[in-house]
Write a protein that binds this ligand. Structure first.
Ligand code: UFG
Length: 337
């Protein structure tokens, strides 16, 4: 019986596939390559010594996805596929709603039809909006500030309604905090298109001289040094959390939400300094205005994941910066290098 991994060649998807293959699982990737490349499969094979099935398909193509279920014995799904850029989602909301929501509805409908009723869903701490207090627990208020976040929250609610209608479903909703780092082999990592929006990929480009200077968005936040605080988590730790969630889904039915973070918050300048230490060089940065929509601080209370999934992050900020720098050095142009 196979696990279908949608978006399995993306940043988090590819790291999760590595962990699944290393654990001896049968994996089928479905991806439309809207933000990733087929060559990722070669890299995964280099790391694991295994090649899994990769099918190019879009979740909006119902018939093509249904064929995958007809032709393979699929028992569960880890669902990563989706558009994920916050700013872009404000500019083209209809595309985000159509792609993320309709794609997921198609997938769930087909899974129901073929009796594959176990799903691990890639959600985000974005569903907490501007948290009232930190660390954030899973029962905190939910609200969103952009269409991307809204699609994550809507899918969470769709999954709950689905379970309420059919108690055979096992639904594990993982709310990721800020995934960074890369596989320690330096063979797979984050490969954003164009100029990165997120902090770590931006720092990594400045470090190799591909971009001149990091703009630190604001130093007047209510944090220890005035710069924004986030819960950065090593992508390999995050990938491993999916294995734990899948194992639990095999045993229990229901809908469960888990924060997947370290529980520790670091500021932008903490990260800059950790990165400088990792590479032994200075990072050029300047303080600029706040980025609209950013919040002071956001970090997880990951207790529930520890108690129910038996999972906790083991890699610290040092490993995150080291592995991110190693990936960027080996692949200055990402997968086109
Ligand atoms: N930052 C800078 N300069 C940059 C980029 C970011 O100073 O060039 C700062 C931001 O202001 C923030 C911190 O670095 O304080 C982290 O910013 P990111 O853009 O890396 O991440 P966000 O926390 O804004 O967003 C991330 C994901 C979203 C997800 C959100 C909530 O990108 O998809 O976490 O979990 F919704």
């Amino acid at each position: 019986m196979a696990i279908l991994v949608t978006g399995g060649t993306g940043f988090i998807g590819s790291h999760t596939v590595v962990e699944l293959l290393n654990a001896g699982k049968e994996v089928i990737i479905v991806d439309n390559f809207s933000n990733s490349k087929p060559v990722v499969l070669d890299r995964i094979e280099k790391i694991t010594g295994k090649r899994c099935k990769l099918i190019e398909a879009d979740l909006l193509d119902y018939d093509k996805i249904e064929n995958i279920f007809k032709e393979n014995k699929i028992e569960s799904c880890i669902h990563f596929a989706g558009l994920k850029a916050v700013g872009e989602s404000v500019a083209i909301p209809l595309r985000y709603y159509h792609n993320n929501i309709t794609g997921t509805l198609n997938l769930l409908d087909i899974m129901s039809k073929y009796g594959a009723k176990k799903i691990v869903f890639s959600s985000s701490a974005t569903v907490y909006g501007k948290p009232k207090s930190v660390p954030i627990r899973e029962d905190a208020d939910l609200y969103t500030t952009n269409p991307y976040g809204e699609t994550k929250l809507m899918i969470e609610r769709i999954l709950s309604d689905l379970y309420n209608s059919d108690k055979e479903w096992s639904v594990s909703i993982l709310r990721y905090f800020n995934p960074i780092g890369a596989h320690e082999s330096g063979l797979i990592g984050e490969d954003p298109k164009g100029i990165p929006n997120n902090l770590l990929p931006y720092i990594a480009k400045v470090a190799i001289g591909a971009l001149p200077c990091l703009s630190v968005f604001g130093n007047d936040y209510n944090t220890h040094d005035g710069t924004g605080v986030r819960d950065y988590i090593h992508v390999v730790d995050l990938a491993i959390a999916h294995l734990h969630a899948l194992e639990r889904a095999e045993k229990v039915t229901g809908v469960e939400h888990f924060n997947i973070g370290t529980g520790v918050g670091y500021s932008v300048l903490d990260i800059v300094h950790a990165y400088e230490e990792a590479i032994g060089e200075k990072i050029n940065y300047k303080i600029v205005d706040r980025r609209p929509g950013d919040i002071d601080e956001c970090y997880a209370d990951p207790t529930r994941a520890k108690e129910l999934l038996g999972w906790q992050a083991t890699r610290g900020i040092k490993e995150m910066c080291r592995d991110s720098a190693n990936w960027q050095k080996n692949n200055p142009n990402g997968y086109d290098s």
